[in-house]
Design a protein around this ligand. Sequence first.
Ligand code: 4AD
Ligand code: MG
Length: 430
Amino acid sequence: MQECYIKDFPDKIDQEIIIKGWVANRRSSGKLSFLILRDGTGICQVIVEKALFPDTYSEIKKLPLESSVIIQGRVVKEDRAQGGFEVHASHVQIVHVSDEFPIGKKEHGPDFLLKNRHLWLRTPRQIAIMRIRDALIRHIRTYFYTNDFTLIDSPILTTTCGEDTSSLFSIDYFDLGKAYLSQTGQLYLEAAISGLGKVYCFGPTFRAERSKTRRHLTEFWMIEGEMAFYDHKQNLDLQEDFVSYIVQNTIRDKAQELAVLERDLAPLKKIEAPFNRISYDEALDILHKNGSNIEWGSDLGGDDETVITRLFDKPVFIESYPKKTKAFYMKQDPARPECVLCADLLAPEGYGEIIGGSQREDNLDILMQSITDNGLDPERYDWYLDLRRYGSVPHSGFGLGLERTLTWICGLTHLRETIPFPRMIYRAYP
Ligand code: 4AD
Ligand code: MG
């Protein structure tokens, strides 16, 4: 007798096997009971014949959903069954009789589902999303690996703020005062490029975001690349190549899971470099023509991004933002000092920003000025300023939000389903 997984059934036809899993669904018709079993690798139908189970049939027939079982039986090819196979049971061991599962066929509101996230995770849509997430992460890592980037794990506890001081989570760090949960690994990547050339990090990042939107988490995963001797344009070329690669590979790999989500793949198949590039000024023109009265110098909001991305069927870079809307480290445009050499990449179909990136300020004096102008304490940045004292080079990088990218690929309306246990302003349970 061989223990196996449902995914291995094509090699097990007509063999007697053992599988272990959960009852995802069931129905019975007099002499037969059909259990839909989920084992973590797939779904199959198990047929339990009343005549073979005189003592236990009545219990099996009424097994509550999500009960766990071990089934022994024969694998039979059956094109009409979900997955193409069924198991004719010869032995059923009930491991645990489940309490009544709170998530059923009826519609549940998001609050209920999020409160029950630990249980919601085992339902078909959520399983599909987690598998797509896994594949996306794998392709991201492969891209960096095959393009000669070295992984640098940046710290989560930091004493230097990388982005906006208003969204820092701070903690008391022994006798050293305040430390923060990392908002970005970028500053540390900038240190690593001088030894390693092209580097990346991929880890959880934290923002005490007060915004309660469909695009904001307080804990999310970010992939950041940093490249020595790359200018702004080379940075964008790399980003569009990277995004095309991860989208095409993920949708090819996970077509089945995307079908569970009823994602239309046609718009995603078009995601190929080159992407569109417009300036911040052009973006403002578009918004003004669409009835907005946004003023030069304001950052674009989520709704503004939605308006712009609906006009393009590929991602669009918005370049050259006003310096005052962006982080202190971005390189001032020598031709236009009120702007910085940066771009946000907006995903189409209304999804909005998935990448923020820029060339970095490599001039010590301008950077120092920028740090003080932003009200930051230069002492905490002394190590970072050293990078402009010892072999400073032009360099650039970017950060891609994993959950925003996944929300787009999966075609979801809210990013909360793309992370196993979402953390948002009003939610840290379970
Ligand atoms: O634009 P951001 O803030 O850029 C940085 O952190 C840079 N240091 C990156 C770099 O150049 N190395 O964030 C990058 C991306 C955003 O485009 C977005 O996709 C995602 O991170 N992001 C969030 N995702 C979910 N919830 C939030 N609160 C997010 N904030 C940013
Ligand atoms: Mg940004």
